[in-house]
Design a protein around this ligand. Sequence first.
Ligand code: 28F
Length: 638
Amino acid sequence: MEITNTSPLKEYGADSIKVLEGLEAVRKRPGMYIGDTSTRGLHHLVYEVVDNAVDEAMAGFCDKIQVTIHRDESITVQDNGRGIPTDPHPYNGRPTSEVVLTILHAGGKFGEGAYKVSGGLHGVGVSVVNALSEWLVVTIARDGIERTQRFERGIPVTELSEGVQADWQGTRIDYLPDKEIFEDVHHSLDTLKSRFKELAFLNPGLTISVNDERTNESREYFFKGGIGAFVKYIDRDRTPLFPEPVVISGTRDNVSVDVAFEYNDGYQEHVYSYANLIHTIEGGTHLVGLRSALTRVINEAARAGKLLRDKEDNLTGEDLKEGLTCILSVKLSEPQFEGQTKTRLGNSEVRGIVDSIVYEGLNSEFELRPEIVRPIAEKAIRARRAREAAKKARELVRKGAMSGMSLPGKLADCSSKKAENTELYIVEGDSAGGSAKQGRDRKFQAILPLRGKILNVEKAHMDRMLANREIQTIITALGCGIGNEFDASKLRYHKIIIMTDADVDGAHISTLLLTFFYRHMPELLSQGYLYLAQPPLYRVQYGKNINYCYTDKELREHIDKAPDPSKVSVQRYKGLGEMNPEQLWETTMDPANRILKQVELDDNFLADEYFDILMGEKVEPRRDFIIAHAHEVKNLDV
Ligand code: 28F
């Protein structure tokens, strides 16, 4: 078939004006389409392109996706699918591939019956990537013929080429993110790797490889075992209570449900839910359905097996959380995403569907493997006891907080009572605490010195944790309660600043504190109340000129700048205690000079990776990580 192309963007017909208007809208308000123009938005472009290839894989036509990061930060994504169709599109008679790449939301439906499943968080389509790229080249190999077209800032600058013979099949997209749009075009391999790994787990049989030409590092992700393997991976450093995860799959009313879970001997819950491959951090109806089925089946089985006596209450969803590692993935044609970050699934019909599929699937699993009922039930019964003990401990803490002598003696409080303006420095050790007390501005800065190490909350039951003195002190000083009783409006300070030595021990203490806040007061992180202080590493003096350096690089620059480098005297701070109160104020506490790192809560999955390595049961990977990343832990993007 011969395709006769007109050149719409030279002739400015009605359709092409629409195209230009669409592109203009995207470039004017990129945030509306990709969230923001920070690194997050930059990676969103990659996900958008990869998601289209994943859709092709889920439709059953592709099993390989290759991503390349080039030295100039341009990106190549290539799949071995059918190739985007190139025949004239009914919309305007232009090649379908051009329509997909220039019209907003054109990539939507994948034909009758099938549905576009992944589609990225905003489901915006690849035309948005095109609009936000300095250039983009699409190459399509279909039916043995390869054709290509180039775009600049979304506008076609060539026609779709005449075909040449192809020895491959699929779609390839090359693009360079536009520096006029993005603050920083540096791609993070780690961020991309973690998403690709996730996608590979969620799509068993699909290979996703990534090659970073900037460093020559490459990775390949392929998991035959799907989400069962995902669960094992998450628990790789923990001990499961039974050998193989429970895996349940089913489809009802065009909603497909896949669940894999196991229990381990730890105390934390690791549940990750997905809707159309999007991580639903805020949960939703699918998760509610899962928990309700899980609770019902386990109670029934526990009673049938006389593990739970008649007069005992049913186990609750809360009791069943301890040591649970679970992946839930649902796919449906019209997902509704709700919540603050649009990561909560809202479709009400999904609740009952997941409930019934899991109820039936788990019942038959328990028939096949009756031996796994006992460890699960016993674990939950123990969890219930610990929870009851924790409740008592919490009440004690709360009573303490309400009685006259409420604030801990070690706390040097500030005089202002306006939480919006006040800061709490949590300081490692009494001597640094002393300097901080003397150096601070007592109007708005409170100091809480901690002695020794706080308990590793990853390894302790809630009740033991609440019995820990240092933890009690922190809870009382903050005034906001903990867990279900957490109340941000009672928080006594809106900046909580962790200040530790810039060494491995300091990194460990700040990680323990971060873990505690992340697990038990996650709102502190999501609302941006938590910070890490950045004490300087060096004091550099040349004559009367004194400078503080926060990195080795800065130090070198300062020494090189001095007219006579041999006359520069350098003091290396080994700990906060070595600074006198004035120095501590000047370098680390004075809002005019200090550097604070805000701790962000980005993605639970990534965060868990950090915490698991740092806090998990196995010592070796943790030690290696802390030493290798000691300088980075301060900048930990949790
Ligand atoms: C490098 C990123 O984007 N791969 C894609 C396909 C395959 C089809 C398709 C894509 C048709 C009507 C839009 C092929 N044959 N990789 C990719 N592979 N898009 S994107 O169709 C697009 C839709 O409107 C495809 C038959 N049906 C679909």
